[in-house]
Design a binder for this molecule. Structure first.
Ligand code: TRP
Length: 467
């Protein structure tokens, strides 16, 4: 099977194409929408530092492992894991990584698409001049008015789902490669413009301090789990998205180098987004812990107060939609590839089915912000007292399913694959690169996942009390 040179679904045209696609998958709402709001909810500095630590020690080695497994298996994650387990004479159990990933992909995309729909709606609002001269209260009201309208939110969710599935149906390698190449740099430039505006506000220093000065008393077990979960989420790890992109990667490309580029670009975008947003939060007296609405409340104020703001705001939200789009595609690709491989479906039929299921699921999130905002299914449990369906979906996927998936990937790649196989596939040229990777993927990454779960569940305090 090591003979398989290409996936039946095709191959990237070059190394750059893979970097672009993987960056497209990684950079998305997670960086610009989610990172700032969870950093805000968890008190900033210490959370951010812990998140960066997770990226380096857990994210990077697991990303290399995922790309490696994908390229070796050259199929959908389910079949890749089955075949690699067989090849290494391991139990078929390992397919669970693929199945869990498909499920996580559906669940994540269901809410991801709703938030991307918000961004779509904000493109129109921006161009209509709705942000001109806007202040904190008005911006809040504008957002509240919009998300209260289940029809509007549902409509934009539907539009986003359709554009996603059209690209998936055509095959991810057509069009996507080229689009990402221009849009990512444009997004970066716009973020720099926003950071520039943030620098001119009174709250700039307060904002930076909030983001970068760590106060470890604020780092609770919950915050640590959230930071770790987000490291997986933002790098698209733990569910097979990067694995399947790896399966389209030509044989001779260096996995380590490409991983560094992708993780670096992803982290840069998240930090810039934070630097653009928190100064505004403090300048305009907004809540740093506003939650999912944070960027939709803050950024309009910035755009409403800078020259050319109408145009720039429109452009920004368009780019945000594109960033979300290139991420969404990777969330559903594992499921679609599996339907094509195992159910003999055409890509278009597979995309249609996967799309309809996700679209329907998405309404749980659409309604979480309006007619079901009081539905709190787990209100009996302290942690989830205030959690809506959207909050629960986000928690289950990002904080539990992805870290578990990543844990299993690390164990498989580090312990169950022979060194000969992983060494041959990774071909790390950097001196000591391979042993360092092996150490991280065997001990540090899985150990850290378990440690965070232990701290979070309070097992730690419990154990301390006993001894
Ligand atoms: N990484 C993307 C973001 O930050 C979201 C995403 C795309 C994702 N594919 C994924 C998250 C796979 C987890 C798993 O917006």
């Amino acid at each position: 099977m090591a003979e398989r040179k290409q996936s039946i679904h095709g191959q990237w045209s070059s190394r750059l194409a893979f970097i672009m696609a993987a960056t497209g998958s990684a950079v998305g709402l997670g960086n610009i929408w989610k990172f700032p709001y969870i950093a805000g909810e968890n008190g900033g500095g210490a959370f951010v530092l812990f998140y960066l630590l997770c990226i380096v020690l857990i994210g990077v080695p697991i990303m290399m492992a995922e790309v490696m497994l994908g390229r070796r298996g050259r199929q959908s994650p389910i079949n890749t894991m089955r075949e690699l387990a067989h090849e290494e004479s391991r139990h078929g159990f390992w397919q669970i990584v693929g199945w869990g990933g498909v499920l996580a992909g559906f669940l994540i995309l269901s809410y991801y698409s709703v938030i991307a729909g918000w961004a779509l709606a904000y493109v129109l609002k921006a161009f209509s001049g709705a942000f001109t001269g806007i202040g904190g209260e008005q911006s809040k009201a504008l957002f509240g008015g919009f998300t209260n309208d289940a029809y509007a939110v549902g409509f934009w969710h539907t539009v986003f789902m359709i554009i996603t599935m059209v690209v998936v149906a055509r095959g991810v390698r057509h069009g996507l490669e080229k689009a990402v190449r221009y849009l990512m740099p444009a997004l970066l430039i716009l973020l720099l413009v926003l950071v520039g505006y943030a620098m001119s506000t009174d709250g700039f220093v307060t904002g930076l301090k909030f983001l970068f000065a760590p106060d470890f008393s604020k780092l609770s077990g919950d915050a640590m789990l959230e930071a770790m979960g987000h490291a997986f989420f933002t790098l698209s790890l733990g569910m097979g998205a990067i694995m399947i992109y790896g399966s389209y990667l030509p044989k001779n490309v260096s996995i380590a180098k490409t991983t560094f580029y992708v993780a670096g670009a992803d982290t840069l975008v998240a930090l810039l987004a934070g630097m653009a947003i928190f100064p505004l939060v403090f300048t305009y007296g907004l809540e740093s812990s506003a939650g999912p609405s944070l960027i939709f409340q803050t950024l309009p104020i910035a755009f409403g107060n800078i020259p050319g703001g109408v145009f720039l705001a429109g452009l920004f939200f368009i780019l945000l939609v594109f960033a979300a789009w290139t991420s969404s595609i990777s969330l559903i690709e594992p499921a679609v590839a599996w339907l094509v491989e195992n159910r003999g479906m055409k890509r278009i039929t597979a995309s249609l089915w996967a799309g309809v299921v996700t679209w329907l699921l998405g309404f749980a999130t659409v309604f979480s912000f309006n007619i079901w905002s009081d539905v709190k299914p787990l209100s009996g449990l302290a942690t989830f007292e205030k959690s809506t369906l959207f909050d629960l979906l986000d928690y289950l996927t990002a904080n539990i399913m992805l870290p578990l998936g990543g844990f299993l990937i690390a164990i498989f790649a580090g312990w169950l694959m022979t060194r000969k196989s992983s060494k041959e596939e990774l071909k790390i040229k950097f001196p000591y690169g391979y042993p360092v990777w092996l150490f991280l993927v065997r001990f540090i990454a899985p150990g850290a996942v378990i440690a965070v779960f232990i701290v979070k569940t309070g097992l730690w305090t419990w154990a301390k009390n006993i001894f």
